[in-house]
Design a protein around this ligand. Structure first.
Ligand SMILES: Nc1ncnc2c1ncn2[C@@H]1O[C@H](COP(=O)(O)OP(=O)(O)O)[C@@H](O)[C@H]1O
Ligand SMILES: [Mg+2]
Length: 386
């Protein structure tokens, strides 16, 4: 389970260290930085998929994602006694991302490319990476360190150089095959790869989910939801069918879902509702009903991720469905860690019924994303390794 997430110098996030629990709810007014925080988490996930450099290039390069304000805002600036102005930076400008899980931590620092060396002017350079043991980074707990092209791992009391020519666009995780003797890198990569993100299901009239789809076992719903029928049937056959039926009748009293096998190994959804003489097909379902079924299939996956991330799951759901959605999310958070970004009042208040709900309310102060009520002393211990 993730315990702490730390982000520095990314969009409206100058410096944020967030304590995480089993069920995390990220909320706050428009523009407070919810999506920025979500994107920072996705960037971390991209490091383990080999895509962090490309993802930052697609965002317009590091220059445009760096925090646009001063490194620190003094009390006199906050009081309006002196204008907001740049403070003297102690080192080169870097984007920092990191986290700790129960027994280890990881951090990466990215910097601007050297313009003369390559035409890929938007691709940032990976400057440093570190994997350490224990809840907080300390030099003595460092296990693997990447410094520019050099990768070294602790070998008892000495350091073993694992690689000397790591390309600036490859992370440790891209090199795992050639780094001998580094089980920590592999372990960390697999941990990050088990995070799962859902942030936009397609439910428009042309969406594949509205058509019959190939019936093949699908323990993990596609991120756009196209294989819903197969995912639901997989839950019915090898997952928690009872929870699936309970979740449907909790949201739509008297309703049930059935998967109809069509010729050619295609599966179609049949949604039986009280008061109707025939079931409705996926093509006929309202946006809200279809999206709700998608959320159920995503959440009740027979192969739970280590972290399930839902970005604004309330989109196009009727507010009356939100308490049932919250009950489902709370149920799932007992088996896997959950991160929900939301600004739907009813979803938020229903999630907060769970005493375990870790509610992070963001606000923007002097352009900077901060956590409401977090004093310097409440912030989890965090040290950047570089
Ligand atoms: N490079 C940047 N530096 C500072 N602030 C930024 C930067 N990029 C975006 N922002 C700010 O981030 C805010 C958007 O945050 P976002 O995460 O989309 O908010 P929401 O909570 O609505 O999801 C905008 O108000 C924008 O001003
Ligand atoms: Mg947003």
């Amino acid at each position: 389970m993730l315990q702490t997430l730390a982000v520095a110098n990314y969009r409206s996030i100058n410096n944020l260290v967030i304590p995480l629990g089993r069920l995390n709810l990220i909320t706050g007014p428009n523009g407070s930085g919810k999506s920025n925080l979500y994107r920072a988490l996705r960037l971390l996930a991209e490091t383990a998929q080999g895509g962090v450099v490309n993802a930052l290039a697609r965002e317009g390069g590091l220059e445009s994602t760096f925090w646009a304000g001063p490194a620190s805002v003094s009390r006199r600036m906050r009081n309006g006694e002196v204008p907001i102005e740049a403070s003297v930076r102690s080192g080169p400008v870097r984007l920092h991302l990191g986290f700790t899980a129960e027994d280890f931590g990881y951090a990466i620092a990215l910097g601007l490319p050297t313009p003369s060396r390559s035409q890929f002017a938007l691709d940032p350079q990976i400057k440093h990476e570190a994997i350490w043991s224990g809840p907080v980074y300390r030099p003595a707990s460092l296990l693997v360190e990447r410094n520019g092209p050099m990768v070294r791992a602790r070998e008892g009391r000495a350091w073993d150089v694992l690689a000397q020519h790591t390309p600036e666009f490859d992370s440790l995780f891209d090199q795992v095959g050639s780094l001998r003797a580094s089980p920590e890198v592999l372990h960390m990569r697999e941990f990050i790869r088990r995070w799962r993100f859902y942030d936009h299901f397609r439910s428009d009239a042309e969406a594949p989910v509205r058509q019959p789809q190939l019936g093949t076992r699908t323990p993990v719903l596609h991120h756009d939801g196209r294989d819903l029928a197969a995912a639901l049937q997989t839950i019915i056959e090898i997952g928690d069918a009872q929870a699936l039926h309970a979740a449907i009748s909790d949201a739509f009293p008297g309703a049930r879902v059935n998967i109809d096998p069509l010729p050619g190994a295609r599966f179609a959804i049949e949604f039986h509702q009280q008061g109707l003489l025939r079931p409705l097909s996926a093509a006929e379902l309202s946006d809200g009903t279809l999206r709700y079924l998608l959320l159920i299939a995503a959440l009740l996956t027979p192969r739970p991720p280590s972290l399930m991330v839902l970005n604004e799951p309330e989109t196009s759901l009727h507010p009356d469905l939100l308490p049932a959605l919250a009950r489902l999310i709370i149920r799932v958070s007992q088996h896997c860690q959950v991160w929900v970004v939301s600004h739907a009042r009813r979803l938020i208040s229903a999630l907060q019924q769970d005493p375990e709900c870790n509610c992070i309310v963001l606000e923007k102060n002097f352009g900077q994303t901060e956590i409401v009520g977090q004093k310097a002393l409440d912030q989890p211990a965090w040290h950047w390794p570089h």
